[in-house]
Ligand binder design. Structure first.
Ligand code: PXP
Length: 241
């Protein structure tokens, strides 16, 4: 059964724009679960640009909610994650100047460090995932690192599809990597840049079990919810509510 992980970082981005409490990522997490999300993803970045420590603490304490915490390989982030005790952890690369996570981890370069990090989380019984590019060699290294899962970066595929370019080669790479990972006993996830169209294309890869989606869900929710909120305000202004 395929699962949907909802990334709510952008709720925090909107909240932070005003430095006030609304919209609350904590309530968004509860709301998403009620609406059918299988898990909630939050990325606690080193610069805390969206999700803050207190958000992470409150969200990780929601009973019955599966939380996937994305963090970098920074030692302080590992310590924070262990204190937060999420159900799942996904290690991602971080770069100060990026707008969002721009690529997968460099597994070859960071092999030793990643191995240590993963075994630390395993001891804590926290499911591990590595955010990687769709490269066959990286699937083999992921196996050596003994990660429970990999999340394949779908950003490049999504960009090709959105700009109406030929995406066959990229899709083939993702498919091949997913099949190999599954055969090696690694659970396969996909994420980044997904919208309705790209997700419809990727759902055909049966090896992918989890889809982590953020930006499009929050952006599209504006169009799904805008008319209701405007109607509410009109009722208030016209003294009908
Ligand atoms: N998966 C990972 C590892 C990510 O870093 C992100 C972005 O925070 C996502 C999924 C979600 O990507 P998007 O917001 O483009 O849907």
């Amino acid at each position: 059964m395929k699962r949907l992980g909802v990334n709510i970082d952008h709720v925090a981005t909107i909240r932070n724009a005003r430095g006030e409490k609304h919209p609350s990522p904590f309530l968004a997490a509860k709301f998403a679960k009620k609406a059918g999300a299988d898990s909630i993803t939050i990325h606690l970045r080193e610069d805390r640009r969206h999700i803050k420590d207190l958000d992470a603490k409150k969200i990780c304490s929601i009973k019955g909610l599966l939380v996937n915490l994305e963090i970098s390989t920074n030692l302080n982030m590992i310590k924070s994650a262990i204190k937060l005790r999420p159900d799942f952890v996904c290690i991602v690369p971080e770069n100060r100047k990026e707008i969002t996570t721009e690529g997968g981890l460099n597994l070859r370069k960071n092999k030793r460090r990643l191995k240590q990090i993963l075994s630390r989380f395993k001891k804590e019984k926290i499911r591990t995932s590595l955010f990687i590019n769709p490269i066959i060699d990286d699937i083999r290294i992921s196996k050596e690192l003994e990660t429970n899962c990999i999340e394949i970066h779908t950003g490049h595929l999504a960009n090709l599809i959105k700009s109406k370019k030929n995406y066959t080669k990229e899709l083939k790479k993702i498919t091949k990597c997913s099949i190999l990972a599954k055969n090696l006993g690694i659970e396969v996830h996909a994420g980044h840049g997904l919208d309705y169209k790209t997700t419809r294309i990727l759902r055909n890869i049966k090896e992918i079990e989890e889809y982590n989606i953020g930006h499009y869900i929050i952006g599209e929710s504006i169009f799904s919810g805008l008319s209701k909120v405007i109607k509410n305000f009109n009722k208030i202004i016209k003294n009908r509510k």
